[in-house]
Each structure stands twice: as structure tokens, then as C-alpha cells.
Design a protein around this ligand. Structure first.
Ligand code: ZN
Ligand code: ZN
Ligand code: FE
Length: 713
């Protein structure tokens, strides 16, 4: 009876952090034991153990934190078996205190008694601690140090109120904090951090306060209060009192609730900007000495503690789409929880992409996605990447027998993979960028890959098999390969990266490709001097230094520029994000695209945006408002998906569509596309576990790499 009850309990009310994959029952004779005991971890048996992500403070600990009678009253490191840091403090497995950064804090008798008592909430809570024996907080302002936690936190609060910027050490790294209602503080933060307009995340004390500043659906409330505590993108309420500098030009703000006891002690009713503690482009700071060196020019004071962070981990970012999670950045709270695969794999390591890099390690039936590493554009980030790879190999006892990377010749992650494969004598598979995106969304849905899908990948940039920049692609794809069924017509883009920062020049290129005049009344034309235009036209005419591109992301940028929304950008996809924000829900009509049938039977269908560009120019010249243009353009992009996949279904007999690529973070486009595909009776995969942007790329790479081995085909 007891055993039966135990089984029932295990299924119906497991411990809060338990994740039950399956329950297998096998009768066996009792061997020696006479009672129920929990025995010590044995390293050998632990090779298959999963590692828990970091978990926000639980309700019980939160109650104790503010209970004056509790011995941990206002103790910033209170935690229990149900909550607290995990992934970021673990050096090695098995997950036991000596193998975490808590090893340097021997437990006091009270803590040890809890730790050893099976009936206590802190039984085997590895980060268990109290004010007597555990880590502590202090505030450093210049050369002045406030050692008492209460005094330090109160002084930190006082400084925040007076407009200071603080470096606050958290679970996965440092935040830069200031009051989100202060224009002056935010202007200083933007200037010091070198971040012109990219939105900052805001921490708010509780849901009630969030509702003062933003619209919150039930699904969004569930995401905000989940134990992962991600940053959730919410629709701003107008004139609610946040500084416009938090998210300039955005209809949405990224909001998170506090997730550590220190956050709860620090935050009041005023929302705080809490942005990653780094200079733009660098990885997040997580070590005290390093943070004091790197962040000193950015902040007025440091709120520090002495619980070391072994692994840096940025905050995660999600959106809610039709009640379902749409990941934008999968990191703290999620990593390294695996995505379950529809097959078993030997260790494979996929290096990921260039921007928003994550890597992926396959082992057994799991794909372990790394935390957000960052934009691999400098050696600091490459360094963080190498450290994280080494750590994953340790944690999951996996030595890759295969490396996988993007085909791009210059991605730092690809170069790393090529070097490492050559050095270690491990085979390497290079995967086409958009094929990897499609495989990622298939894999997260557990698709066994027996039949191809119609993969629609709308993306910013990716290296094509012909050396062009792809990104408006329809691929008939499975894990083993793909065929390009359709793509946006190539437009030459002279000037590379600098052109991407100037949507006005993208617009000039699309006008040129469509055979349209550069009428000086058009905003993107006026944004360039006559001399600049002359040089640019010569580059277009001669094709000098110009790479042909079929990117849907670039087409969005060009359309936004033509509509007068934005001519230069300071962060990735800024023009497209502001264009999406303008969208007028009441507009149902759209712009035309031309589909050009291929001459050769196996050549791809060409999607020519020329008539769409011409129609936008017409609308602009007739004074049609940008909100209408934005709506018609989004509708047009959704229409073209529907037309092309219907065309592909007729030719291929396939009914399953997979949507991926960074452009599908745009929920206006996603919603319109899904509506059309539903009307045509398609089955559709969209991203729910890994991001549609390059943060999800490594999953697809890893799966394609594994399936490319002849023995797995
Ligand atoms: Zn707890
Ligand atoms: Zn203690
Ligand atoms: Fe991509």
C-alpha cells in the first residue's frame, strides 16, 4: 500500500521543482534495507543527471524574508530546496555543496540541522545559508564601504531615489539599476553604456504595479510570475509615468518581477531599470573584481555580495503569443533545461550563430541549449563562449564526437568549430543557416523528420550556399537536407554592415532594383546627400562591393524607411520593430508581390517585391499614413507566405509548414500568417521553446549534424 501511495504521490504531487519525464515500475526484491532512506550521491551513477536552472525565490522563503521573528529576517540569500540559484553556482556534478560556489561557506549548526533533516524544507538545499554562516551583502561607493546589509540596502535605495546608477550583483551577473521614472538617470545610463535607443528591461515589485504601467493578460501574468521569471514584453499603457527613455519608439516594454531575495529587499513601488551590467557588445560582468574594473565608469556605486557566480547567465526574454510562450532570449531560468529530442544521439556540439549566440550539446535524448552567450563580435564574447562550452562538457559528461557550425566563412563561432575540429581530430559538419532555423522549429516540436516540411524562413542575414546573403527563403526541408523552393528576388546591397545600419540606403537599393526613381520627396532619398546617392548609385550599377541578398529582414527595413519611420538604426531590427509598432489593426488590404515561375524545373520560384515597393511609394506620395502602410505591408508579407506555401503544397504534396527566422518575432506578421495558413488547412510549427532568431539556431544545427551521419540516416 505504501509503495502504491508513493507512486501515486509522485505523479500527482511531486516536489515543486520536479520534472517527471516518465514513471517506470519494476518489481524487485528488497535488498537489505528495512526502511526508507535517502543515500548519498554516487558520482558514477550521476552521469545522466540533469542540472536545474536557477529558480526564483519561493513563497515560503519570501514570507520568512519579511517575518521579523524568523532567523533569516531580511537575509538576502534565503533559499530552500524549492528555490534559489542552481546552474550559476554549480562547478561540477553531482549537485552537492562542495561542488558549488557555496563550498566556502561551512554551514552553522542551525543550517546544518535543517540540511540534514529529511522533513525540513531545506533538506539537502545546497545553497542553504543564514546571516551567521552564509554570504553577505555590502555597498561600495567610491572608497566608502557599508558592511551591514541593512545599511547597505537602505543607502542603495537612497541613492537610487536621488538618481544614481548602481551595479547590483544578482544570480547570473550584474545589473545596472536606476529608477525607471527618471529621465535624467536614464539619459546618463544611455550615454555611459553607449546604448542610444535599445530598450531597457524594467523590474517591478509585483503584478499590481505592473498593471499600472502595462497591459497584462492572464497568460502574461503567468509568465511574469513563473519560477523562470523572464522579462516579458508587454504593451505599454500610455502616459503611465515611466520615462520615455526606457524604450523609445516602442509600444512594448520588457518587464520582470524580482527573483532574488536581494531584489525584494531593494525594490519599492518605483520600477527600476535593470539592464545587463556590460558595455554594449560585451558579455555580462559577473565577478566582483572584474565588475569593479569594467563597470566603474558606468555606475555611482556597487551593491556587491560574496557568493561567487560560476557561470554568467543573462535574463531571459519572452513574449506571449495567443496565450503561448514565444521565446526571444532563452537564458536564466531556462538554461540548461534540455529540449527533448525525438531520437537518441551521441554527444554532438553545435556552435550556433554570430548574433545572440547560444550553442547546443546533444546527448542521449536531450538537446542542452546553452545560456545566451551574446554577439560573437569580439574576443571577450568568444572567451565566454569557450568557458561555457567547457562547462557544459563537464556538467553533462559529454565529449563531442561531432562538431557542427554555420557555413558562414567568418562567423567567430564557425571559425572556432573549424579550429577545434582540426585540433581534436573530430569531424565537422557545416550547416546552411536557414536550414538550421527550420530544423530547430521541427526539433522543438519533436518531429521525427520522416517527411519534409515547407519551411518558411524570414530572417535578417544568413550565408547562402551560393555565397549570397539569404533570408527570405522557402525550403522544402527535413533534417537530412533541403531544396530551395522559393526566395525573395536578389537585390544587391553595397557597403555591407554599414548599409544595414542605414535603412534609407536599403530603401534606395530596393527602389533601384524595382526600377523606380529616387524622388527627393521620399524620406530615405532625402536622408542621403546628393554626393552619397551618386556614389551609392554607381555601386549599384557596377555591382562593386555589393552582395546579392534575399533577406526579408532587409525588405522590412527598406519598407519602414520608405514609410518614413526610420532612416538610421542603432540596434538590430530597430526600424522593423518600430514599423510593426505602428500597425493599424483596421486595415485588411495589402500590397502585391509578383511570383516569377522558374525557367528550369528544379529552380526556385522568385518572389519579386518590386510591385510592393512601387505601391508603398504611391501610398507615401498620396499622403497615406505610415500606420496604414505598415498594415498593408505586414498583410502583404503574410499573403506571400500563403501563396508560396499553397504553390509548394500543390507541387510537393506536403501539408506541414514550419515558420522560423528572426522576422517571426514580429507577432503582427506571425498572427496574420497563421490566420491565412489556417484558412488553407495547413499544419504549422511555430517556436515555443527556443527563439525564432539566431538564439535558437544551434538546436537545428545539432540535429542536422547528427542526422547527416550515414549511420543515423
Ligand atoms: Zn524557498
Ligand atoms: Zn547558518
Ligand atoms: Fe538567422
Amino acid at each position: 500500500d505504501a509503495v502504491q501511495r508513493f507512486q501515486d504521490h509522485l505523479r500527482s504531487s511531486p516536489p515543486p521543482l520536479a520534472y517527471i519525464e516518465s514513471v517506470a515500475v519494476q518489481p524487485m526484491p528488497v535488498q537489505g534495507a528495512t526502511q526508507f532512506t535517502i543515500v548519498h550521491s554516487e558520482t558514477q551513477a550521476q552521469a545522466g543527471t540533469l542540472v536545474s536552472p536557477d529558480v526564483c525565490i519561493c513563497d515560503d522563503c519570501l514570507r520568512e524574508l519579511f517575518d521579523p521573528a524568523n532567523r533569516r529576517y531580511r537575509y538576502p540569500f534565503i533559499n530552500c530546496t524549492h528555490c534559489g540559484p542552481r546552474f550559476t553556482i554549480i562547478r561540477d556534478v553531482p549537485y552537492d555543496r562542495p561542488l558549488t560556489t557555496m563550498a566556502v561557506f561551512p554551514m552553522c549548526p542551525d543550517c546544518l540541522a535543517e540540511y540534514e533533516n529529511m522533513l525540513n524544507r531545506r533538506f539537502h538545499a545546497q545553497p542553504n545559508a543564514c546571516p551567521v554562516c552564509g554570504p553577505r551583502v555590502w555597498l561600495q561607493t567610491g572608497d566608502t564601504v557599508l558592511q551591514s546589509a541593512d545599511a547597505a540596502i537602505q543607502e542603495a535605495q537612497r541613492q537610487l531615489v536621488s538618481g544614481a546608477i548602481l551595479a547590483v550583483k544578482g544570480i547570473g551577473g550584474f545589473h545596472l539599476a536606476c529608477e525607471a521614472t527618471s529621465d535624467a538617470a536614464l539619459e546618463r545610463l544611455r550615454e555611459r553604456k553607449g546604448r542610444v535607443a535599445k530598450p531597457f528591461a524594467v523590474m517591478m515589485r509585483d503584478l499590481e504595479i505592473v498593471r499600472q504601467y502595462a497591459e497584462v493578460s492572464d497568460a502574461e501574468a503567468a509568465l511574469l510570475t513563473s519560477r523562470e521569471r523572464p522579462i516579458v514584453l508587454l504593451r505599454k499603457k500610455p502616459a503611465a509615468g515611466l520615462s520615455d527613455q526606457v524604450a523609445p519608439g516602442n509600444t512594448h516594454i520588457g518587464v520582470m518581477l524580482p527573483y532574488t531575495p536581494l531584489h525584494y529587499l531593494l525594490i519599492g513601488t518605483t520600477p527600476l531599470v535593470m539592464t545587463s551590467g556590460n558595455l554594449s557588445g560585451e558579455p555580462i560582468a559577473y565577478d566582483n573584481a572584474e565588475a569593479q574594473r569594467r563597470l566603474a565608469p558606468l555606475v555611482d556605486a556597487f551593491l556587491l555580495h560574496n557568493r561567487d557566480i560560476y557561470v554568467p547567465c543573462d535574463d531571459s526574454v519572452v513574449r506571449s503569443f495567443r496565450g503561448v510562450e514565444l521565446p526571444i532570449r532563452r537564458s536564466r531560468g531556462y538554461a540548461p533545461f534540455p529540449v527533448k529530442l525525438p531520437f537518441m544521439a551521441s554527444p554532438v556540439l553545435a556552435a550556433g550563430g554570430e548574433l545572440k549566440n547560444t550553442f547546443c550539446l546533444l546527448r542521449d535524448e536531450f538537446a542542452f541549449m546553452s545560456q545566451h552567450i551574446g554577439d560573437m563580435e569580439n574576443l571577450e564574447t568568444l572567451d565566454a563562449f569557450e568557458r561555457a562550452v567547457a562547462h557544459f562538457k563537464t556538467l553533462f559528461h559529454a565529449e563531442p564526437m561531432l562538431l557542427v557550425c554555420d557555413q558562414h566563412p567568418r562567423y567567430l563561432a564557425s571559425q572556432w568549430a573549424r579550429r577545434t575540429a582540426a585540433r581534436d581530430g573530430v569531424p565537422l559538419v557545416e550547416v546552411q543557416h536557414h536550414h538550421a532555423h527550420i530544423a530547430a522549429v521541427m526539433a522543438e516540436h519533436g518531429d521525427p523528420g520522416e517527411r519534409p516540411v515547407i519551411g518558411v524562413c524570414f530572417d535578417g542575414t544568413g550565408y547562402g550556399t551560393d555565397g549570397a546573403i539569404w533570408g527570405g527563403e522557402v525550403l522544402i526541408a527535413d533534417y537530412r537536407g533541403f531544396r530551395r523552393a522559393a526566395h525573395l528576388k536578389y537585390v544587391p546591397l553595397p557597403g555591407g554592415d554599414s548599409t544595414v545600419r542605414h535603412p534609407s540606403r536599403l530603401a534606395l537599393a530596393y527602389l533601384w532594383a524595382a526600377g523606380l526613381d529616387w524622388d527627393a520627396r521620399l524620406a530615405p532619398v532625402a536622408a542621403n546627400t546628393e554626393a552619397e546617392r551618386r556614389v551609392f548609385r554607381r555601386q549599384l550599377d557596377t555591382g562593386f562591393n555589393a552582395v546579392p541578398t534575399s533577406s526579408m529582414g532587409r525588405l522590412f527595413d527598406a519598407a519602414a524607411a520608405l514609410a518614413g519611420v526610420r532612416q538610421t538604426i542603432t540596434y538590430e531590427a530597430q526600424a522593423a520593430i518600430e514599423f510593426e509598432a505602428l500597425f493599424d489593426d483596421g486595415i485588411a488590404d495589402s500590397y502585391p508581390f509578383t511570383l516569377v515561375e522558374p525557367a528550369a524545373p528544379d529552380a526556385p520560384l522568385i518572389i519579386d517585391p518590386a510591385p510592393c515597393i512601387a505601391a508603398i511609394v504611391d501610398d507615401v506620395q498620396r499622403g497615406v499614413p505610415p500606420s496604414t502602410i505598415a498594415a498593408r505591408f505586414h498583410n502583404a508579407a503574410a499573403d506571400i507566405v500563403a501563396r508560396v506555401v499553397v504553390y509548394s503544397r500543390e507541387r510537393e504534396g506536403l501539408n506541414r509548414v514550419a515558420l522560423s527566422g528572426g522576422v517571426f518575432q514580429n507577432v503582427v506578421l506571425l498572427a496574420r500568417t497563421l490566420d491565412r495558413l489556417a484558412r488553407h488547412g495547413f499544419e504549422v510549427y511555430t517556436h515555443q521553446k527556443v527563439p525564432p532568431n539566431d538564439g535558437g539556431l544551434a538546436l537545428g544545427q545539432a540535429v542536422i549534424g547528427w542526422k547527416s551521419l550515414p549511420e543515423n540516416a
